[in-house]
Design a protein around this ligand. Structure first.
Ligand code: CMP
Length: 139
């Protein structure tokens, strides 16, 4: 089925001017960008977005990293968009990511891993609503 998923191009990637190369990977995989904006998160916003990870040892490092530079938040649409996006991103740790994936080609480490993508339909809906109003989604 046609789905929507939420994506973040993270600070390590925007800083290295990789936004276009990452978007090209999404588009080559058949995903359409139906919403997109470049923003810089506040610490409170980062902590809220990553709230499910608040007890993890890497939480503070993760939030500090996510506010360190601008990010690009996007909604991607396509057939099985959630799984397709996860395939294009590759494994969380770039050392485990398959050849040709975004994280294999661009990620620096498990933390500075260039992209975030929703892991399930419920989280996709929540994450999209966190950053976008309905009017901003243009299919
Ligand atoms: P993301 O999909 O954005 O969701 C949670 C993030 O936590 C994950 O990507 C990783 O970038 C980050 N993360 C996971 N494990 C670690 C770790 N051991 N150290 C730092 N960051 C991590």
């Amino acid at each position: 089925a046609i789905q929507r998923t939420f994506s973040i191009i993270k600070p390590d990637a925007t800083k290295r001017n990789l936004t276009g190369q990452i978007v090209a990977k999404f588009e080559e995989a058949g995903l359409r960008i139906v919403a997109s904006k470049r923003i810089q998160l506040t610490l409170a916003q980062a902590q809220q977005f990553y709230g499910v990870h608040s007890e993890r040892p890497f939480f503070d490092e993760l939030c500090e990293f996510m506010i360190s530079e601008p990010i690009v938040v996007q909604v991607l649409e396509g057939e099985d968009a959630i799984a397709k996006n996860r395939e294009v991103m590759g494994a969380t740790n770039p050392e485990d990511a398959a050849p040709g994936t975004i994280r294999k080609e661009f990620a620096l480490s498990i933390g500075e891993n260039s992209v975030h993508g929703s892991d399930a339909p419920e989280t996709a809906a929540e994450e999209i609503a966190f950053f976008f109003s309905g009017l901003e989604l243009v299919g």
